[in-house]
Design a protein around this ligand. Structure first.
Ligand code: SF4
Length: 449
């Protein structure tokens, strides 16, 4: 999971990129970067850490350019190293290009080996460099043709922003697995981003989603769209369950509404008679609201969140993850003491977070702790850019729901059904969603070497 943004305007855009990237910070906290073009050349500034660690007022002032792209990263392919930070840059055939990518190529190793055999040397260990290399290689002056040829080669999930000296290009994989939206800024500029929050915050209007397989080029002549590479729609359902901000509306579905409706559906599917509904903040809050509204059981804040901690799921190591959970959430004993509660959370991946939370709620005096999960059991790894662990570490791939209930120490445990998730999305049908980590039905067959 990463966040990407691209802006084409008639004045310097570094500050807009800064604010836009800050809105996308939840999608990756390991590194941040931006590249800017002024019509003649491209400059780039990137580094490890949060957006605010990499940039300050002075640095942004020294980054001229009216076209720009930006990236916040968490690592899936390749490791968490400075040399893997994005945007990437390439100098080839008298052209400079810079690229930022969200997603994961499933045939990356095959393509990279082939290119290495031809003598290509890589500067990173990430799949995104293969995309940039192929576009550079195919670029004979027609960037759309170069992107089309590249899209014929690469397989998997990708939302990409590409910067040339005088234009911004954005494209999305043929199934639209990763999100990419298009907006118009109030000052006349154009913007593309992983979610719509940067459009709202910078000041603009959401226009539409970039369609699966669509290529968009924005230059001084305006915006041009090239379609025809799409193969359907398989939007990652986990975006709605967990990753995207509550204010994100992606492919027509608003994350907040999805999460609230998931809570309502869960009450229909798995009611429980308790004193309080409690959310695991933040993504559990809307579903707890939905569960509370559907059941009439009062909603209470039973966990206090330290908002200065990063998101636990996207920390690279297990040790860091466990420490982050403890630092991040603390039970409110005067709320939960002596009460039976139903705890709403978005997913159970390894099970360690849930076990830890339930134990600490009991230590704080909760009499009963029931868990309701707004996604089905995660049984399969994701090959499209989400850092789910291999099967051996996925608790649901190795244990039944009953066994997980015992392992995490819940009084009862229920997951939403796949049909329930489809119902919660309302606008998208089962065929429009990737749910492979739950049901193993991968839209693009994984290549495991
Ligand atoms: S496998 Fe799961 S996490 Fe990966 S893209 Fe599909 S729904 Fe999203």
């Amino acid at each position: 999971m990463c966040g990407i943004i691209g802006i084409y305007d008639d004045k310097d855009v570094s500050k807009k990129l800064f604010f836009g990237l800050s809105c996308l910070q939840h999608r990756g906290q390991e590194s941040a970067g931006m590249s800017l073009a002024d019509g003649d050349q491209i400059i780039r500034k990137k580094g490890m850490g949060l957006v605010t660690d990499v940039y300050n007022e002075e640095i942004l002032e020294e980054l001229p350019g009216h076209i720009g792209i930006g990236h916040v990263r968490y690592s899936t392919a390749g490791g968490s190293h400075e040399f893997n930070t994005q945007p990437l840059m390439a100098f080839f055939k008298n052209t400079t290009m810079s690229l930022a990518h969200n997603g994961n190529l499933i045939n990356y190793q095959i393509l990279r080996s082939r290119l290495e055999e031809e003598g290509m040397m890589f500067q990173t260990t990430i799949d995104s460099e293969v995309i940039l290399y192929l576009i550079s290689r195919y670029n004979e002056g027609d960037i759309v043709e170069a992107v089309k040829k590249t899209m014929e080669m690469i397989q998997g999930a990708y939302a990409v922003v590409l910067l040339l000296e005088d234009k911004l290009v954005a494209f999305r994989d043929p199934y639209g697995i990763r999100p990419l939206v298009l907006g118009k800024l109030h000052d006349g500029g154009s913007i593309v981003a992983s979610e719509n929050a940067p459009i709202d915050i910078i000041g603009g209007d959401f226009i539409r989603n970039i369609e699966p397989g669509e290529i968009v080029v924005i230059d001084e002549e305006g915006l041009h769209s090239y379609e025809g590479m799409g193969k359907g729609r398989k939007h990652c359902v986990f975006e709605y369950v967990y990753f995207a901000r509550n204010d994100a509306t992606l492919d027509g579905v608003n994350s907040y509404n999805f999460r609230r409706r998931s809570g309502e559906v869960l009450y229909d599917e798995a009611p429980v008679d308790v004193d309080l509904v409690v959310a695991v903040p933040d993504s559990g809050i809307p579903s707890a609201i939905g569960y509370s509204q559907a059941s009439g059981i009062p909603l209470a804040e039973g966990l206090v969140k330290n908002r200065y901690m990063g998101r636990t799921f996207i920390k690279p190591s297990q040790e860091e993850r466990e420490m982050a959970v403890k630092l991040k959430l603390n039970p409110l004993s005067h709320v939960v003491k002596g009460k039976s509660i139903v705890l709403l959370d978005d997913s159970i991946v390894r099970g360690t977070t849930s076990a830890n939370l339930i134990q600490r709620l009991r230590d704080a005096g909760a009499r009963e702790v029931h868990m309701r999960i707004t996604s089905p059991p995660v049984m399969n790894p994701c090959y499209y850019g989400i850092d789910t662990p291999s099967r051996i570490n996925l608790i649901a791939a190795n244990f039944s729901v009953q066994e997980i209930e015992e392992k995490i120490g819940a009084d009862s445990l229920k997951f939403i059904s796949e049909e329930g998730m489809v119902k919660a999305s309302k606008l998208l049908g089962r065929d429009d969603l990737c749910m492979a980590c739950f049901n193993g039905d991968y839209p693009v067959d994984p290549i495991v070497l």
